[in-house]
Design a protein around this ligand. Structure first.
Ligand code: HEC
Length: 219
């Protein structure tokens, strides 16, 4: 097919001042290229941030659930049968609640402390110990323990995890079992000595860090 006459009469495009404006410079081309190349990485980063935010949301909900149920069971037991009987709640019911919340969220959700009562469940790992120490330091400097939290995305041999901790401050209701040892009732002191011969969880002052809820989930 031959060219139409109109094509032939059109002048060749010349680099006039006007054209110079619309013609991209090498610098601009490179910028666009860089942006195009960076786009997938930025998108992936955005998606990862979104996923982390979603898991952080779950961490907060799971911790709130654990704290609310534990508190409910504890207060109920103390009101119905006194603090001595409530030890059973802490010993058996709380680990069950933590396990149920863990199963529900597909995460490890439990309570840890720098000075645990139960050495089997209560010791934190390295990250948890560091976080607890940082909490303790902040509270020592006057920050309120109530609502204090920390989260981080960590890479471990088996994958990427969101880690989250929320402080469990020492409150009046905790005093009967975690307060100054010489102020615990004799029956509680005896029961604790019997059940937890290696107990390190007494003598915590009101408002200080008794421990924390910890949440860890792969994503
Ligand atoms: C009736 C006694 C009692 C009361 C009240 C009580 N606790 Fe405990 N707490 C225990 C016992 C017993 C354990 C050990 C549970 C186990 O065997 O895993 C424990 C364990 C814990 C742990 C897990 C780490 C560790 O030390 O082993 C945390 C954290 C904790 N308590 C925080 C609190 C807080 C905060 C309060 C107040 C809101 C509180 N407790 C009130 C008896 C009590």
């Amino acid at each position: 097919m031959g060219r139409r006459p109109a094509d032939r009469v059109l002048p060749a495009v010349s680099p006039t001042a006007d054209n110079a404006i619309v013609q991209p410079t090498l610098h601009q081309l490179l910028r666009v290229l860089t942006l195009l190349l960076a786009a997938p990485a930025a998108l992936a980063q955005g998606a990862a941030d979104d996923a982390a935010r979603q898991v952080l949301d779950e961490a907060r909900r799971a911790s709130a659930e654990l704290v609310t149920s534990v508190r409910g069971e504890l207060v109920k037991a103390i009101e119905q049968s006194g603090p001595l009987r409530a030890i059973v709640v802490c010993k058996y019911t709380v680990p069950e609640i933590a396990s149920a919340v863990s199963r529900k969220y597909g995460a490890r959700v439990t309570r840890v402390s720098l000075s645990p009562r139960n050495p089997s469940l209560g010791w934190g790992d390295v990250w948890e110990q560091k976080t607890l120490m940082a909490f303790d330091e902040r509270v020592g400097k006057g920050e309120r323990a109530e609502g204090m939290e920390h989260h981080e995305v960590v890479q471990e041999p088996s994958g990427r995890f969101l880690r989250y901790m929320r402080v469990l401050p020492m409150q009046p209701v905790c005093m009967a079992c975690h307060g100054p040892k010489d102020q615990l009732s004799e029956s509680i002191r005896n029961q604790l000595t019997h059940d937890y011969p290696h107990d390190r969880a007494t003598d915590v002052a009101l408002g200080r860090v008794r421990g924390a809820v910890t949440f860890k989930k792969p994503f």
